[in-house]
Design a protein around this ligand. Structure first.
Ligand code: GRF
Length: 206
């Protein structure tokens, strides 16, 4: 069989970028067969952009102010991603809902990580939603992105038990620890050609 070349990733961020860091580290160690072609942030001040620059990765701020609506913003984003030849788009704390413009440009090739066991607690403040609901188990989910909010086919999940004395901060920290494990793993599987989407079900090859 022909050798697969490295998959060209684009990572979209808005904040600290610890998930970006975990993915960059797994690429650097050779565990993920990929190259990050650009990191795009909707916020100029995102620390994630500094992390990218430190690794010599093109870091682009695309703020929404200049665009009339979300679809126009997404069209500009698609242009940047295509110009960089991105094959997989990884949302790592990107605080915008994507429109059909992005989703149809990259069918089953946009991933997101959400800090809850979907389909429970989609949207903002998922960890607080879980605590307020009184669940015994929280966690995180890597999924493909469709036009809904955190509704796309699920790739990987990790479970985090809730402790009696948990606060939103302590639970979020333990969930993030798992995020940094399963997000690189999902990206690795994709880049190794081991993910197949069958309706809502994502099949993983051994
Ligand atoms: C993560 O908790 C992720 O679940 C959510 O946004 C946060 C991003 O954190 N989607 P970071 O920027 O990767 O540190």
């Amino acid at each position: 069989m022909a050798e697969r070349g490295p998959v060209r990733l684009a990572v979209l961020v808005s904040g600290n970028g610890t998930n970006l860091q975990a993915i960059m580290d797994h690429i650097a160690s050779g565990e993920i067969n990929a190259t990050i072609v650009c990191v795009v942030s909707n916020r100029q001040d995102a620390f994630a952009l500094e992390r990218a620059e430190k690794h010599g990765i093109p870091a682009i701020a695309l703020e929404s102010g200049a665009y009339a609506n979300r679809r126009e913003y997404d069209a500009a984003l698609v242009e940047i991603l295509r110009n960089h030849g991105a094959q997989l788009v990884v949302l790592a704390g990107f605080m915008r809902i994507l429109t059909d413009v992005m989703v149809t440009a990259y069918p089953h090739a946009i991933m997101n990580i959400h800090p809850a066991l979907l389909p429970a607690f989609p949207g903002l403040h998922a960890q607080k939603q879980a605590l307020d609901h009184g669940v015994r188990f929280a966690g995180c989910t890597v999924h493909f992105v469709d036009c809904g909010t955190d509704t796309g086919p699920i790739i990987l999940q990790a479970v985090v038990p809730v402790r009696e004395d948990d606060t939103e901060e302590s639970l979020s920290a333990r969930i993030q620890h798992e995020e940094h494990r399963i997000y690189p793993e999902a990206v690795r599987l994709f880049c190794a050609g081991k993910i197949c989407v069958d309706g809502r079900r994502v099949r993983l090859s051994p």
